[in-house]
Design a protein. Sequence first.
Length: 126
Amino acid sequence: MKLLKIFSMIALLIGVLNADPIDLSGSKDGYEVTLKSEKSLVVGDNYFYVTLAKDGKSVTNAKVKAKFFMPEMPGMPYMEYVGKAKLVDGKYKMLINLTMSGTWQYHLMFKTADGKVHKLRSSVNL
Ligand SMILES: [Cu+2]
């Protein structure tokens, strides 16, 4: 019993060490975009932070949201979660609930003051 406890603690520790938080950056239509997760991704609630900048100045008047989705697979329906971000201390914070492990594709979208919608596509593993 004791050994099992120690073993599961080690397994948990390895799991934590292996799963790094998401920390991505890219650019779209002249905007520099970063996407970071608060912690390593888990099945359940995950908080993400997005920053936007243009010409080195942060952009805080955009509307930011993200759609995370997993295509339909044999024996598993299509899944998706859309999170809308709120501006907190100059960063866009949003909650994304991931219902299972696997590869999640996402579209990160931001609508800027000029009314244009910009979209980045990528994926994360959980
Ligand atoms: Cu799935």
